[in-house]
Design a protein around this ligand. Structure first.
Ligand SMILES: *Cc1c(COP(=O)(O)O)cnc(C)c1O
Length: 392
């Protein structure tokens, strides 16, 4: 074996030994509660398609029609000749939806976070992040060249300490997830916004898991709290989760968006999304407004799941959202519980370190407006049975 292959084999066998080897289940059906995985049917509770829009007939139609009109590829980056009417209208509709001056569509959420943070802070600045922030936010903080400081999850005293330690920085940017992806809990944004203002720091919120689900009209975590552009100047949202499409955006002031167009390398140096994907996202915004029953039904399922899980003695986390993890702790036990569910026809992923902190392996159950009450009840029965098989 040559040294390159030898190196790779060593990396892979170390992952295996640590029980951290990752593999990809192969999906053989459109997203929805009834999923086909590796050729077998399951009832799935693990997608981020929280509103059940990813395979909505109106979305399929909007995308197909737009592909007939626009073709498939956008052909170029936004600044060259890839920025179509479809992208532009999506941006205007997103801005209106969020109640902000403007929005900028990025090709993915990872790129939106990378592009925004590296455009806003650099050497001599501070970027202050919750330690449970999404990997893309932490990576962007590191890459920005600013001093990256982390505070204890949702801990206001810890945030205050990190803000005080950053007093010498030229600019400080506080960055948090609005809804934490592996825990489902909300950031205490009103208090965090007040602390940021007190220390002349700016606040950026990644609302990947709140946008579409939270708030009166699905405006997300900021609508839930009643916070605007003044308190939270930088809002990031994704279009691949509750929106059921693909891509992401940053919304804020005119000057913010113009700055990102000038400076965000992950915006400038990449091909624009296919226009048909933008068209599907535009349709989704209409559906999020029109089909408010999706949010209501999702809330009812969340309450039903929590009641049932508590009655069955399962360890829930403090989450009011569609992300309802069952805390297991031990990695092997989390895997065994996930396996026990599979044997009963339910697909729920086990999440282990390093995605979550050591000793906090869990099943990441996610609910969707496409689930029925009967499906949720079925999962609860399977969880209780699985738990007794795996043992406490
Ligand atoms: C999924 C996710 C992202 C990345 O978005 P993509 O469009 O999937 O790249 C960023 N932040 C959070 C909190 C996420 O959950």
């Amino acid at each position: 074996m040559n040294p390159f292959q030898q190196h790779l084999q060593a990396v892979l066998s170390e992952r295996r030994q640590q029980h951290r080897y990752r593999s990809r289940p192969e999906i053989g059906a459109p997203q929805g509660p009834e999923l086909v995985v590796d050729g077998r049917p399951y009832t799935a509770f693990c997608s981020n398609d929280y509103l059940g829009l990813a395979n909505h007939p109106d979305m399929r139609e909007a995308m197909a029609d737009a592909a007939q009109h626009w073709g498939v590829g956008s052909g170029a980056s936004h600044l060259v000749c890839g920025h179509s009417d479809e992208h532009h209208k999506l941006e205007q509709e997103l801005a209106a939806f969020c109640g902000r001056e403007r929005a900028l569509v990025f090709s993915t959420g990872f790129m939106a976070n990378l592009g925004a943070i590296t455009a806003l802070v650099g050497k001599g600045d501070a970027v202050i992040e919750d330690r449970l922030n999404h990997a893309s936010l932490l990576d962007a903080g590191l890459q920005s060249g600013a001093r990256l400081r982390r505070f204890q999850h949702n801990d206001l005293d810890s945030l205050q300490r990190q803000l005080s330690l950053s007093a010498q920085a030229v600019k400080s940017l506080v960055v948090v997830d609005g809804v934490f992806s592996m825990d489902g809990d909300l950031a205490p944004l009103p208090q965090q916004a007040a602390l940021a203002a007190e220390h002349n720091a700016w606040l950026m919120v990644d609302d990947a898991h709140g946008f579409g689900c939270l708030g009166e009209t699905g405006g997300g975590v900021l609508q839930h709290y009643g916070l605007g552009q003044n308190e939270v100047p930088v809002l990031m949202g994704t279009l691949g989760k509750a929106v059921g499409s693909f891509g992401a955006f940053v919304a804020g002031s005119e000057a913010l968006i113009e700055t990102l167009i000038q400076l965000s390398r992950s915006y400038i140096y990449t091909t624009a999304l296919p226009p048909a994907v933008a068209a599907a996202s535009r349709k989704s915004l209409q559906l999020i407004c029109r089909e408010s029953w999706r949010r209501t039904h999702l809330q009812a399922l969340i309450a039903r799941f929590r009641r049932g899980a508590q009655a069955a003695g399962l360890t829930l986390m403090d989450s009011p959202t569609a992300i309802q993890p069952i805390l297991v702790g031990d990695d092997a036990k989390a895997l065994a519980l996930s396996q026990a569910l599979r044997e009963q026809g339910y697909w729920v992923s086990a999440i282990r370190p390093p995605t979550v902190p050591e000793g906090s392996a869990r099943l990441r159950v996610t609910l969707s407006a496409a689930h029925s009450e009967a499906q949720v009840d079925g999962l609860l029965v399977a969880l209780a049975r699985g738990q007794s098989e795996v043992g406490d």
